[in-house]
Design a protein around this ligand. Structure first.
Ligand code: PEP
Ligand code: MN
Length: 625
């Protein structure tokens, strides 16, 4: 709904409105301190807007249009996560779907599946029934093609998606694929929409060639009205007057859809542009704009592809794009996970030995801290997060088998290594089995009734105060109250304990504790990244191992460190970190912490380790991941 404010609204009236919206469970955009204006708010089902309209200072309320009751945010404020086998679309991790336009042969499908899987795709796509503009073009392999798709899933563990072009094929499709695609040309084939709605399987609904956003959502509504909410919407370009590209990619559909619907949205830059060179830039832009995933056409021999060759990426180009996305994703609070499918197999309870319980992942702090978020982004929601008070407790829990994994910060972009954890790694015989980088956003939050101007005392952890020093300098009169971590700070403010009026905390912790966000992104450096690692008792058994961490102490003779580094150079091993730490109790002796881009636990690496060991009197491989 849209709430129109009086020009002369007072601060008290604004506070009262805010409080009412909060208590009614209505989420809304930030209230600007300037007088007047409008507020966009997400109403909830059955909400009576009259008390809001009656408040002094409110000029009027425009209720939501409810054309799309089921797919709209109004009835369903939380994001829907669509599960396709082990893959979640709409969660913390990006889902990249890749494959050829059409299945052409078993060999073609297997070759491409192997490549896209290797580079990080989590779902395989290929058409078996192709809706072509010309009846004389290749129409797809039909059921033979579907059989090959099912074999791809079997061989590579990739869920598969393929287009359904008619309700007549429903039984056939259900037998072979994990997700049904509704193509652009069929977006308003209402019988087909009702049919996939009744099938209850995950559906990818592409935007029609000339469909408005509302028409597109109404088509989703058809599917959901049959009781199926497992819908992913896919923007694939719309028909405009512009001939330089096959279609015109409407990237603004991403933020618009994020606002209007709870369904996840992915982008298909292949059909949108129709031109190989334009696919990667649009894919990067889509992720930066907040898309939940991508669908990309890839072919090992596009020159001979039977359809859409000119827009297909070569596998290596796809690999490069995935590496770029890996870097871009944390900026927008998402992750590319190169070990996604392997990890899923690891954490699915049914897949564990004897149907073991849900694995536990320990972290320091309270629910809502960045460490907790790192767990959600690394594992999805298929592990049970276990909050503990100290880092040592996290290490001990993993060592003693009380937790299967631990998530610990090792390096902060703004303040360097977390030495405590490096020391604990030395103390405990645990392995690093994974890493994840998170951008840490910090916010000033208060109880809803406390006005920002009234803040006198602010609570947070020493690390967070350090990250926000510039913001705090502009409030020299604020007294600081110390808490163990950012989420505890939010909890204290919520319970009015410790006397602080505001917390410096993460947006997640603030939301969890019902606090209002007063000032966002108060961290001094927008590149406020923290690198976390996952620790476990046994070496990594899931996904590729591209990187390793080692610790060693060199023998006490001239050039010893240089000799170890020479081994890396001679073997073409890229060093990505080298740091020294004093050895406790042995003044002027140093331990070296080294990260390399290689699998130090592989058989091939054994001889390199041996060569390094010759120049060290202590050497430990912390893990390969
Ligand atoms: C496809 O994905 O291969 C396809 C035919 O897409 P669209 O329906 O978007 O044209
Ligand atoms: Mn195609």
């Amino acid at each position: 709904m849209i709430i129109h404010l009086d020009k002369a609204i007072t601060r008290e009236q604004r506070a009262a409105l805010q409080l009412l919206l909060k208590t009614e469970g209505v989420s809304f955009g930030e209230l600007k301190p300037s007088d007047g204006g409008t507020i966009l708010a997400r109403s909830r089902p059955g909400l009576n807007v009259q008390p809001i309209a009656d408040l002094p200072g409110v000029a009027g309320v425009e209720p939501d249009k409810t054309n799309f009751k089921l797919v709209g945010r109004g009835e369903h404020p939380d994001d829907t996560i669509v599960k396709i086998g082990p893959v979640a679309i709409g969660g913390e991790r990006l889902a990249v779907i890749a494959g050829p336009c059409a299945i052409e042969s078993r060999e073609q499908a297997f070759t491409i599946a192997r490549e896209v899987r290797r580079y990080g795709a989590v779902i395989f796509r290929a058409g078996a029934f192709k809706p072509r503009s010309s009846p004389y073009s290749f129409q797809g392999m039909g059921e033979d093609g579907l059989r090959i798709l099912a074999d791809v899933r079997e061989e590579f563990g990739l869920p598969v998606v393929s287009e359904i072009t008619s309700p007549a094929y429903a039984d056939l499709m259900v037998k072979y694929v994990d997700m049904l695609q509704i193509g652009a040309r069929n977006m308003q084939n209402f019988e087909l929409l009702k049919c996939v709605g009744r099938l209850g399987m995950p559906v990818m609904l592409k935007r029609g060639l000339a469909a408005t956003i509302e028409e597109w959502l109404m088509s989703a509504e058809y599917i959901m009205a049959e009781g199926n909410d497992q819908i992913v919407i896919c923007e694939r370009g719309i028909r405009t007057y512009e001939p330089y590209t096959r279609n015109t990619l409407d990237l603004s559909a991403i933020p618009i859809m994020k606002n209007l619907t709870h369904l996840p949205i992915i982008i298909d830059p292949s059909h949108a542009t129709g031109i190989r060179e334009k696919v990667a830039p649009m894919a990067r832009a889509a992720i930066a704009a907040g898309a939940d995933g991508l669908m990309i056409e890839v072919h090992h021999d596009p020159g001979r592809a039977m359809s859409d060759g000119p827009q297909a990426l070569f596998p290596k180009q796809f690999g490069r794009l995935m590496r770029d996305l890996y870097v871009i994703a944390p900026v927008v609070d998402k992750q590319v996970d190169f070990g996604y499918l392997e990890k899923a197999a690891l954490v699915t309870p049914a897949a564990g030995a004897g149907g073991a319980e849900t694995p536990r992942a320990a972290f320091q702090g309270e629910v809502g801290v960045s460490d907790h978020k790192a767990i959600l982004q690394y594992f999805g929601d298929e592990v049970a997060p276990a909050p503990l008070r100290t880092y040592r407790a996290v290490f001990d829990a993993v060592r003693d088998g009380e937790a299967d994994y631990g998530m610990i910060p090792l390096e902060r972009a703004t303040s360097g290594s977390v030495h405590e954890n490096y020391d604990l790694l030395l103390d405990h015989d645990l392995r690093i089995v994974g890493e994840i980088t998170l951008r840490i956003e910090l916010t000033l939050a208060t109880r809803p009734e406390v006005e920002p101007d009234a803040v006198r005392r602010v609570v947070s952890s020493p690390t967070v105060f350090h990250h926000c020093d510039q913001f705090l300098q502009s409030h020299p009169d604020w007294e600081r109250v110390y808490a163990e971590d950012a989420a505890t700070a939010a909890a204290l403010v919520e319970r009015k304990e410790g006397g602080a009026d505001a917390a410096l905390t993460t947006p997640e912790a603030a939301a969890l504790h019902g606090l209002a966000l007063r000032e966002r992104n108060v961290e001094t450096d927008p590149r406020n990244y923290t690198r976390f690692v996952v620790i476990a008792k046994t070496p990594r058994s899931h996904g590729p191992r591209r990187k390793s961490s080692l610790i060693y102490r060199t023998a006490d003779r001239p050039g010893a460190l240089f000799e170890t580094l020479k081994v890396f150079t001679e073997n073409d091993v890229n060093l990505v970190k080298l740091e020294s730490r004093p050895v406790s109790g042995r003044p002027w002796e140093y331990m070296f912490y080294v990260d390399i881009e290689a699998d130090a636990e592989s058989v091939e690496f054994a001889s390199i380790l041996k060569a390094i060991a010759e120049h060290t009197d202590y050497l430990k491989v912390l893990g390969a991941y």
